[in-house]
Design a protein around this ligand. Sequence first.
Ligand code: NAP
Length: 338
Amino acid sequence: MTTDIINRRWVLTSRPQTTVSPRNFELQQSPLPDLREGEFLVRNHYLSFEPAQRGWLNDVPSYIPPVAIGEVMRSMAVGEVIASRHSDYQVGDRLQGGFGWQEYAISDGRGLFPVTRIAANIPMSYPLHIYGLTGLTAYFGLLELGRPRAGDTVVISGAAGATGSTAGQIAKLLGCRVIGIAGGQAKCQWLTDELGFDAAIDYKSESVDQRLNSLCKNAINVFYDNVGGPILDAALVNLANHARVVLCGGIASGYQASELPPGPKNYMQLVIRRSRMEGFIVLDYVDRYGPAIEQLQAWVEAGQIKVKEHIVEGIEHCPSALAGLFAGANFGKQLVKI
Ligand SMILES: NC(=O)c1ccc[n+]([C@@H]2O[C@H](COP(=O)([O-])OP(=O)(O)OC[C@H]3O[C@@H](n4cnc5c(N)ncnc54)[C@H](OP(=O)(O)O)[C@@H]3O)[C@@H](O)[C@H]2O)c1
């Protein structure tokens, strides 16, 4: 049934110790096996790129097992069913699942990431970000841990990224004063001119300490942190009393296996400022995804949340797209279109 289709797929061949490189993967091609009873075949359209994928390459205990050597690189993807021997999935269905870095995926609907249907009225790629884990991470991290109130000063690191830009826009919708920290003038200008942030700090050309000191000295009510390292330390120094520091991620560490990230040296500010610092994993909120996605969709359709995608075309670009997240090469949600 499918043996005349040649599938190209990226397989993990070695574990990166520091920066991820194309040399850690091999682009293999082989004919697809026949579908067995209970399986269906998906042609992938978009692959999703997340910093967490770098962490999945480390052979260390985490919230999910590492990708095995010889395995197709794990990733979320969206695609269309082109053949099926599964009663629940029909040819033409648009699906999201953990289909991996490959052109075609055979699935039985089970796995680490559940297969879900994509509604006909939304852009096919949106479940990979704003109507998926990225949007949900911004939503739950900000609302549940950050607990912003109108008039609060909310500072976001990684602010021009997929998660940070969504968290910042939600904070604006709630009536907060929002300051973003991002790399480069173009990203900072986008935050203020197009997304309505009140200020933006270019951490690549400006002193984050000085700018935070002049913009919000001892006045940060919520710090939504995607980055960690010196940027986290700079924010801790400027907390207001009873501030909430949301630990979403620590991309400055590179999520590398070789070295642990430095601890925040200004953590005593949490004591002085009677503040709370708390981490989370978006998967903790799975039973509340439905209403949250409905709210995100309402905001996007009303033009109140803007969405930016950074689309690279061609499966051959997968390893460089993942590496690019750690260099700020993406401006918006990083996707590879196949
Ligand atoms: N807790 C959870 O459940 C959860 C779920 C999903 C994602 N996350 C976290 O959310 C964060 C954002 O993920 P995303 O998928 O939305 O990616 P993203 O923000 O779209 O892309 C990553 C961005 O990180 C910035 N960056 C890279 N290296 C940096 C460094 N050394 N210092 C400062 N900024 C750096 C770059 O922007 P610049 O150009 O501005 O440097 C890059 O564009 C990550 O920390 C991720 O691990 C957490």
